[in-house]
Design a protein around this ligand. Structure first.
Ligand code: MSP
Length: 625
């Protein structure tokens, strides 16, 4: 499936309830939408990206009451924190709609009048259940153990006269829409879910509320306000000034991006309203999964809500964006972990990307007077990497077109990893004959990686762009251009600034100031594979002033390479030939382009570092117990 080949691209997120501050789930949705918007701009599409806040309804009215605030004052404050979220996360939305905007309320009233004139609104009696947190109606049979089937919270009995929308009339046309549009709801499992419920039949929908006044006045009868979901869904066209010029230009939406809990509203209720208005349905409802915290649903009452602004301020918006996209495949649920944000920042952004760019630029400066070198005849190894560079935009773009954002991003990082491996194999700091070709290709890869990564990490991509001496904004480049070697010999480079700052993993803090229990079981200790290892070789690592690359003989485990931070404390000859204590089963990490497998043991006290060695001869590979 390739969706996004049109020249206009209209993408929306759900509009967020302003009954509390933004949480990580809101951030997740906005980031996915932003990646797609930025990617489509790079493809040359005319993008319109809409987000905003949902500010009416009983839930918000009650929240304002609880806070002792006037509802308007309450929503003004909170809506601002969602705008701040967009700004902190570098979200490139073109508009921000609020359902309390005059432009919105005015057009909602027009929409309702049209539905009424069409004969699709009638007066009747509602009797059933209502879930205030979800703002949804449920029948007896839909309840699960007397609770809301969506959020599992208690429901309230409602019995009131009101106005209904003839949803049932659109049952068949909706089934047809589902049948004829394979990708109407994506992923397919989410489509099936809705289709099955649709086949159970549709009841007409009560679209007015009388008990409170916090809503858009219902134009047919001013004793009522409009049901919050009807006016909320309308935001997708009120923001386009329906039915005028902008609407004609951008509608239908290419994708409504929403979470799985509100799929039904977007794939059934909204298309039914559009059918009644004789407007085309959106091309796709893209349904993402939920983020939980350590397997638990986030909620204010549990006190386990993650503040995305805090995370972004602490580690950088790009690190959060990168983590959220690369951690979970689109459509699946994910578990948010701050520790994993740090791990990805350190091990992938700093060690792979930052390291590649830094080494490439530093070496080019050192050997070619801050310029792109002139390549000569290509060898097989150059050709291999150039071929991978050429294929990348098409292959990665195909994944982005199919909403496989994680896979597209993984592939981009693989390309950079290939660049690091190429640099290590060529050793341009040592080998003069391959130096120009290697750095020419690597500098071009830096440029292309900046373009390909800019939808996910826009700020860092711009830094790479400037570091290699490019002008203007990387975001206004062309996606396909990332397949060419556009940096020409003689092009002047800029100063290389560190792209990512590594962060120490915070220890899990114990509550209440109690002493931390740091005992481990014997079994836990036995998991650590400690060995004696003979240091066969000690080398410098280009660009790293604190590290040595050690080649170790670990007997039955074979030869291992580690990067060790002992350069300040040991001369090469002081450590070469020694048998040292070594942790053999640590997860490998790439440090300055060196794959470090394990860790040596050393005692550190202030400025004194002492590597653990053996007094007597011991066979390499012997276990330490
Ligand atoms: N106001 C309605 C949407 C109206 S759209 C016409 C609403 N608001 S919400 O604030 O509750 O949710 C906004 C979006 O955030 C929804 O798409 C929702 O699915 C998503 N998420 C809320 N919590 C989430 C997670 N824990 N994880 C991922 N997304 C989550 O629903």
């Amino acid at each position: 499936m390739v969706f996004f080949t049109k020249s206009k691209f209209y993408i929306t997120t759900a509009i967020d309830y302003v009954n509390g501050k933004p949480h990580i789930g809101h951030a997740y949705e906005k980031i996915i939408a932003d990646v797609l918007a930025r990617y489509n701009r790079l493809k040359g599409n005319d993008v319109f990206f809409l987000t905003g806040t949902d500010e009416h309804g009983e839930k918000i009215f009650r929240s304002a009451e609880k806070a002792g605030k006037d509802p308007q004052e309450f929503v003004d404050e909170l809506s601002q924190s969602f705008r701040e979220l967009c700004s902190v996360l570098s979200i490139s939305n073109d508009d921000f709609i609020r359902t309390t905007d005059e432009r919105h309320e005015r057009i909602v009233q027009k929409i309702l009048t049209r539905l009424y004139e069409k004969g699709d609104i009638y007066k009747g009696n509602y009797e059933g259940w209502y879930c205030v947190p979800c703002e949804s109606y449920w029948t007896d049979t839909q309840l699960v153990e007397d609770n809301c089937p969506n959020c599992n919270r208690p429901v309230e009995k409602k019995k009131e006269e009101g106005y209904f929308f003839r949803l049932s009339k659109y049952e068949k046309p909706l089934l047809k829409l589902f049948k004829e549009n394979k990708d109407f709801v994506y992923p397919p499992s989410r489509k099936k879910e809705v289709e099955n419920r649709l086949k159970e039949g549709l009841n007409d929908l009560c679209i007015t509320r009388k008990a409170f006044k916090w809503g858009t006045p219902f134009p047919i009868d001013n004793n009522y306000v409009t049901y919050v979901w009807v006016e909320a869904l309308s935001n997708y066209i009120t923001a386009l000034d329906y039915p005028n010029k902008k609407f004609k230009k951008y509608w239908p939406a290419d994708i409504h991006l929403v979470g799985k809990d509100i799929n039904w509203f977007h794939s059934v209720i909204w298309p039914a309203i559009l059918l009644s208005l004789e407007i085309k349905p959106p091309k796709m409802v893209g349904v993402h999964g939920f983020l939980t915290l350590d397997g638990e649903k986030m909620s204010k009452s549990k006190g386990n809500v993650v503040d995305p602004i805090e995370i972004a301020n602490c580690y950088g918006a790009d690190a959060l964006r990168y983590y959220l996209i690369s951690e979970t495949a689109f459509g699946g649920d994910g578990v948010f972990s701050e520790q994993k944000v740090v791990k990805k920042l350190n091990n992938e952004l700093a060690d792979i990307l930052g390291n590649f760019v830094h080494r490439t630029v530093i070496l080019s400066k050192k050997f070619f007077e801050e310029q792109v070198p002139t390549p000569s005849n290509c060898t097989e190894i150059d050709r291999e990497l150039i071929a991978a560079i050429k294929d990348a935009p098409l292959s990665i773009g195909k994944k982005y077109d199919e909403l496989q954002l994680k896979q597209g991003l993984d592939e981009t990082l693989e390309l950079v990893t290939k660049g690091n491996a190429y640099l290590n194999a060529q050793e341009p700091w040592k080998n003069e004959e391959v130096r120009a070709n290697t750095l020419y290709v690597c500098l071009n890869l830096c440029r292309n990686a900046a373009i390909l990564l800019s939808p996910v990490i826009p700020t860092s991509s711009q830094k790479i762009w400037e570091t290699i001496g490019e002008q203007g904004q990387v975001s206004s480049q062309n996606w396909e251009n990332a397949s060419t070697l556009a940096l020409k010999p003689g092009h002047k480079l800029n100063t290389s600034k560190p792209l990512f700052k590594k962060v120490e993993l915070k220890e899990q803090e114990e509550s209440g100031g109690e002493t931390m229990d740091n005992t481990i079981t014997f079994d836990e200790f036995q998991k650590v594979d400690l060995r004696a290892a003979l240091v066969k070789n000690v080398e410098d690592i280009e660009g790293a002033d604190k590290l040595y690359k050690l080649t170790l003989d670990v007997g039955e485990l074979g030869e291992r390479t580690i990067a060790a931070g002992i350069k300040k404390y040991y001369k090469k000859e002081e450590i070469q030939g020694k048998t040292i204590g070594y942790v053999a089963n640590l997860e490998p990490r790439t440090v300055f382009g060196v794959e470090s497998c394990g860790m040596l043991l050393a005692a550190e006290s202030g400025n004194n570092v002492c590597v653990v060695t053996f007094e007597r001869d011991i066979k390499p590979g012997t276990q330490i117990s």
